[in-house]
Design a protein. Structure first.
Lengths: 408, 132
């Protein structure tokens, strides 16, 4: 069981007073999470103690930098239950990880007329790379519909697998707007049976639940450090080794080569083959501390804490006049809760809440097609994490009642 | 700032005086803030002396964008086109009763003057900073 009050003490930013003098009530972890002191200290420690470039420096501080970044890679391997560290590629963010698959695997394996199957609830980062590939080489993009109950339409999925025979299915593990958690394991099995590979966009799911890539049998998984207590500027691509080995490199430059001659080059082995240029060393080192923090809590406990708090938030939010939640009210769902108030625009809501120290997000949350699907220009989103508690929900609801008093 | 949502803005958002159609009209221009979803269309009638004789707006969006449109139209009716062309960001903030706005909301406040000026100049596709 998670003691969120104790956890709060580990997050310096959350000790700050907001504009109203009370501690900041941070409900925007779906956009980026706050960082514990141990992660912040690890960044500083790297720059103060062993700042040196990795890989080819043959002196102690460089060797230490290499060792610690590779130690993070091993921790990630264990965290997502990958078979090998070489299956973990460091990228700039989850977006870059998906672009890597689209450009490298996509351009090598797809041709005009081939289908990539996405869903209506994808983040722009799992839409636009495929649209770009459609423009470049003429692939087709199809979408699994979202039902009026905010779930993926599984009947339609089965139909689309049959009728379109997609080469790849690429779906989020948790909608960043609806909180919907699709049955990924079942979807992967069915995709494979239909001859398709499966990419899971784990940007929202990996920070919040236990993810086992071998059990799920996903072929690719993209996620990012900054939504799970880690620093910005660092993301990850997991890929099955045989697939990654067969893929051409993505970005070219230092570190990703075996040999370079005038006019030719050979690729490095995995994972360096996909890691051109000086990496985000401070970020990689400090992300190790983020994983340590989450593993100490246990991801099942993290999920359970958020499940209970989300249920409480939904119950309390439904008492606000004119409030409509966009997402499942129960069942398998994550901790992103999006809503509209029928008398006020989400930007006004977020602005007024912000002035009362309550940080929420307003807009389309990089999921414009989903908002078009439900015919709303924007929603307000509260998203929870390990450091949130019932007091945060109370403050959210009090602020929303104030908005109702002003506008309702 | 809670201050931002003073009575004036909320009143003009809830009960605008100049929301509606102007048909026929001499000038009409619409614009949006794609990041927010604010949409606005301003219609104007201008007489032979270049005086704005009537104005209306249609649209939807946040309180700042819609109240700013209502307050701006109230202000410009009876003014000459040249006077409107010289209006600034500060004039709109004055109308709203605000000293300043953050980077996320200034676009909402400036949408109406941007729309109005673009309608009069007949230009489009620029950031509000370029037009105002």
């Amino acid at each position: 069981m998670i003691d969120s009050t104790k956890i709060l003490q580990d997050f310096p930013l959350l000790q700050q007073a907001g504009p109203d003098g009370k501690r900041i009530c941070y409900l925007d972890s779906g956009a980026t999470s706050q960082k514990p002191q141990s992660v912040i200290d690890a960044v500083t420690n790297y720059y103060e103690q062993f700042n040196a470039n990795v890989h080819r420096g043959i002196y102690p501080i460089s060797e230490r930098a290499t060792k610690e970044t590779e130690s993070t890679r091993n921790k990630i391997r264990d965290f997502i239950h990958a078979a090998a560290s070489s299956e973990i590629i460091f990228t700039r963010n989850a977006t870059e990880a998906i672009n890597l698959v689209a450009r490298s695997w996509g351009e090598a394996n797809l041709k005009a007329g081939d289908t990539v199957l996405l869903s209506e609830m994808e983040h722009h980062s799992n839409l636009v790379p495929w649209y770009m590939l459609a423009e470049k080489i003429g692939i087709k993009v199809e979408f699994i519909p979202v039902t009026d109950e905010f779930l993926l339409d599984m009947d339609a999925y089965h139909q689309l697998l049959k009728s379109r025979a997609p080469k790849l299915v690429s779906v989020t593990g948790m909608s960043n707007v609806l909180g919907t958690v699709p049955p990924i394991k079942e979807m992967v099995r069915e995709a494979h049976a239909a001859g398709a590979l499966f990419l899971m966009d784990g940007a929202q799911s990996v920070p919040h639940m236990s993810v086992d890539v071998q059990d799920l049998d996903v072929d690719f998984l993209a996620f990012s450090a900054h939504k799970m207590l880690g620093p910005t500027g660092l993301g990850f691509l997991y890929g099955k080794k045989a697939l990654l080995n067969a893929m051409p490199p993505f970005l070219g430059g230092g570190d990703m080569i075996g040999k370079v001659h005038l006019g030719s080059f050979t690729c490095a082995e995995l994972p360096n083959k996909f890691e051109a240029g000086t990496p985000s060393i401070a970020e990689e080192v400090s992300f190790g501390a983020a994983i340590d923090y989450l593993r100490l809590l246990g991801m099942d406990a993290v999920y359970e804490h958020e499940r209970q708090l989300t249920a409480y938030a939904i119950e309390k939010l439904r008492e606000i006049p004119g409030l409509k939640i966009f997402g499942p009210l129960e069942g398998a769902r994550g901790s992103a809760v999006s809503f509209t108030l029928d008398y006020v625009h989400p930007h006004d809501v977020a602005d007024i809440l912000g002035s009362r120290g309550v940080c929420v997000r307003a807009g389309h949350h990089c999921a414009m097609p989903l908002h078009e699907r439900f015919r709303v220009p924007a929603t307000t989103r509260a998203s929870l994490y390990i450091y949130n508690n019932e007091e945060d929900i109370t403050r959210l609801c009090e602020a929303l009642l104030y908005v109702y008093k002003l506008f309702g | 700032m809670d201050d931002m949502y003073r009575e004036l803005i909320i009143e003009h958002y809830k009960n605008p005086s100049y929301r509606g159609e102007l048909d026929p009209c001499d000038h009409s221009y619409e614009d949006e803030n794609p990041s927010c979803g604010d949409e606005l269309r301003i219609m104007l009638n201008v007489d032979e002396n270049n005086i704005i004789t009537d104005a209306r707006f249609e649209g939807h969006g946040c309180a700042i964008s819609q109240a700013s449109a209502d307050l701006l139209l109230e202000d410009v009716i009876g003014k000459s086109v040249d006077e409107v062309k010289n209006m600034t960001k500060e004039d709109v903030l004055d109308l709203l009763g605000l000293e300043t706005l953050g980077p996320a909301r200034i676009k909402c406040a400036m949408l109406s003057l941007k729309c109005l000026k673009a309608g009069l100049y007949g230009v489009e596709g620029h950031a509000w900073e370029d037009i105002i």
